[in-house]
Write a protein that binds this ligand. Structure first.
Ligand SMILES: C[S@@+](CC[C@H](N)C(=O)[O-])C[C@H]1O[C@@H](n2cnc3c(N)ncnc32)[C@H](O)[C@@H]1O
Length: 336
């Protein structure tokens, strides 16, 4: 459901500019003013200091999705076959100024992609032909319009530079990236075992001001991780480490370990070695919906016990559906 935040009139202008800078202002919906309140549409709940109330904007449910599509249909009407016209994708993912869409069964892919790029203000369009694959989570995308697929995607005030054709970026994980912005503090040492381009590392450093060791096995993702550390001005806090986290992660050092990988349970023994005695582990896992969180936690608890420590589940959340009856979830485990 499209969200908005309600703030006092006197804070509205400042908040609006903050949301704009954070890439969280949804300008496809109108700002509403009533009495001394202002209702500002947002993509996600912002991490801002002003008091605000969160509201759902039911009236936009339909309109928000279709507007651009109407414009696209207008431009393509009579220019492509009826078959293609009826298959025009209603959903897409805009990362920076690069678009990712599914064009199943459409014959005139380039002509269609060109119009989507024009209406959605993108320089390139990638066709999603196979989702995300392999341990390095590489996208199976094919370029159908434009040349350059490298972009900077701004989310929650964080700049993520990457090549959309080579590196995954799951918009579905936005709430978890925003949650990670609020979990750590400047006295903490954090190890991110599966850092990628800095999905979690950057919010933890930029907002938590914690010291972070960020491990990444994919050299391409690692190069972008280094660039993003510079782009977000956290060189003094983040140490990137290229390689398998089982080999390169420092041991007995962390208060907090982030395991942003869909099969993290296999790496839990390593996370326990990385922790400085006690601490928090954020364990991501893809698992059967009915097994989340308790069956997963019990599996983790057994491993922790085998390593002579105690485990307590202090938080859990389903992040997104991964496949029918399979979810991607996260559990926060307190180790003592
Ligand atoms: C893509 S990220 C996960 C996405 C992230 N959790 C998010 O929310 O968007 C997983 C990263 O872990 C890296 N990776 C996989 N196995 C690894 C290992 N053994 N050591 C270090 N990095 C690894 C992959 O290359 C990939 O960049």
């Amino acid at each position: 459901m499209p969200l908005a935040i309600v703030v006092n009139k006197r804070d509205a202008e400042k908040v609006k500019n903050e949301l704009l800078e954070m890439g969280l202002l949804d300008d496809s919906r109108k700002i509403k003013r009533y009495g001394d309140k202002v209702e500002i549409p947002v993509f996600a709940v912002p991490n801002i200091k002003v008091n605000f109330e969160i509201v759902e904007q039911e009236e936009y449910l339909e309109r928000k999705v279709f507007l651009p599509l109407e414009e696209i249909k207008e431009l393509l009407k009579g220019k492509i076959s009826r078959e293609d016209f009826e298959k025009l994708p209603r959903k897409w993912e805009k990362l920076g100024d690069v678009l990712v869409i599914k064009l199943h069964g459409i014959k005139e892919k380039r002509k269609v992609a060109e119009v989507y790029a024009k209406v959605l203000k993108c320089k390139a369009v990638l066709e999603d032909v196979g989702g995300i694959k392999g341990i390095e989570r590489k996208p199976c995308f094919k370029l159908v319009y434009g040349k350059d697929t490298e972009t900077i995607h701004v989310e929650n005030g964080i700049k993520y530079k990457f090549d959309v054709s080579k590196i995954m970026f799951s918009s579905g994980n936005i709430d978890e990236r925003i949650r990670m912005a609020g979990v750590a503090n400047k006295n903490e040492v954090v190890v991110d075992m599966f850092a990628g381009i800095g999905y979690f590392t950057l919010p933890v450093a930029v907002y938590g001001k914690a010291k972070v060791y960020a491990c990444e096995i994919n050299p391409i993702a690692y190069e972008y991780l280094k660039e993003n550390i510079l782009l977000n001005d956290v060189c003094h806090l983040v140490k990137p480490l290229l390689g398998d986290c089982r080999e390169v992660a420092p041991r007995n050092i962390a208060n907090r370990v982030i395991m942003g990988y869909l099969d993290s349970i296999k790496f839990l023994p390593y996370a326990l070695e990385i922790l400085k005695g006690e601490g928090i582990i954020h364990l991501h896992q893809k698992c059967k919906e009915e097994e989340f969180p308790h069956h997963l936690f019990n599996e983790a608890k057994k491993i922790v016990k085998e390593h002579g420590k105690e485990a307590e589940m202090i938080f859990y959340k389903k992040i997104k559906s991964y496949a029918p009856r399979i979810i991607h979830g996260v559990i926060d485990i307190k180790i003592s």
